[in-house]
Write a protein that binds this ligand. Sequence first.
Ligand SMILES: [Zn+2]
Ligand SMILES: [Zn+2]
Length: 234
Amino acid sequence: MHYLQKYAQHALDIVFPLRCAGCQANGYILCPVCKTTIRPLTPPLCWHCSHTLSVNGSCQSCHQHFLQLSGLRALGPYQEPLRSYIHQLKYDGNTHLAQPLGQLLALAYRTYGMHADIILPVPLHEQRQRERGYNHAALLARVCASLLGITVREDVLLRRRATSAQVGLKVDERYQNVATAFDCSHAAATNILTARCILVIDDVCTTGATLEACAAPLFAAGALSVWGLVLALT
Ligand SMILES: [Zn+2]
Ligand SMILES: [Zn+2]
């Protein structure tokens, strides 16, 4: 961060001290109590996509659309209070939240015994990033990667075109909406991706369409595996 930006942030922290995103307690981004109220996924979980299995042990989600991703893991279901924390990070400019949420992603990575050589955030389209001022997935990926000691690259996966918001679209429409939205930068890809295990990080996964669209160019560039790790599954 630029020196002046750091200074401005410091000044802001004095005028507006940190408050827990859950309970407003002073001095916390997310207090220990609010952290523990994030609900985990309800087992038994699908080994592939992490959705809760039905009573007969089958996975509805994989049955409807089997992801080409090597696998998907998530912290918890898209429910309160996690939903509100994600919303604050993404839309309310509470970028501080990337710290505790990124830590939880790193914890999930270890708990699930995942392995990655390189971490990539799902990119935002340039225009949206300019409007918002940051890419929330990149903030999460940076924190998570630094805690795990894994390289994070924000110049490998590129968003070729803006996509309309996925909210309100049916499963098929979601896939069509993002199908060709992503690409790899060729210079970066040929050097980095060949025979490597890639982990793509995002905030929320609904149908898997976005992660799937990210995985396609990564596999095409020679990636050995492409896993997804998100905060919440809907
Ligand atoms: Zn709290
Ligand atoms: Zn599944």
